[in-house]
Each structure stands twice: as structure tokens, then as C-alpha cells.
Design a protein. Structure first.
Length: 88
């Protein structure tokens, strides 16, 4: 069973451009490691501290899931939270 953890740390994200012109995260760097994204789930926009951000649910190898938030104005990414099978 996974354990939900709050993270809220800035991360570097490698993105890929989709044929629709939108972007999708392909991997992210966290805790000194590159985490490949093997599945992209739900996406939504929301207001966070007065800014519109795009949230992405992603899954990495080992069945860990994360919520990444992207601020398109500042082009900044935050790893908001995770559902971890094994604490990293």
C-alpha cells in the first residue's frame, strides 16, 4: 500500500512536446536522482497562491505516483506530493 507524503519542492522537469502543441513531463530530478515517468494520468488547472498552475499526476517505475505542478508564467515546476510504495 502506498503512503501519501507532502513534498512541495522545486524540481527540474524534462518535458516533451505533444503533437497538439501541449507539453507533457517525461522525467524529473528529485533527491539527486532522475525519475522517469512511465504513465501520465489526469491533468487540471487550479489557482495556487493567486497563480494559475497546471497539475499533472504521473507514475514512475515501482508504482510510485506524484503530483507535479507547473507555473507556465514563471516556467517553474514543483513536486507537490507523492504516493510512495517505498519511501525514497
Amino acid at each position: 500500500m502506498s503512503q501519501q507524503v507532502a513534498i512541495d519542492e522545486p524540481v527540474r522537469v524534462r518535458v516533451r512536446s505533444l503533437p497538439t502543441g501541449k507539453i507533457a513531463p517525461g522525467s524529473f530530478e528529485w533527491q539527486g536522482r532522475t525519475h522517469s515517468i512511465v504513465a501520465l494520468g489526469r491533468q487540471w488547472d487550479e489557482m495556487v497562491e493567486g497563480r494559475r498552475v497546471r497539475s499533472f499526476l504521473v507514475q514512475t517505475p515501482g508504482q510510485n505516483s506524484f503530483e507535479l505542478r507547473w507555473d507556465p508564467v514563471e516556467d517553474e515546476w514543483v513536486l507537490h506530493r507523492g504516493w510512495l510504495m517505498d519511501l525514497v
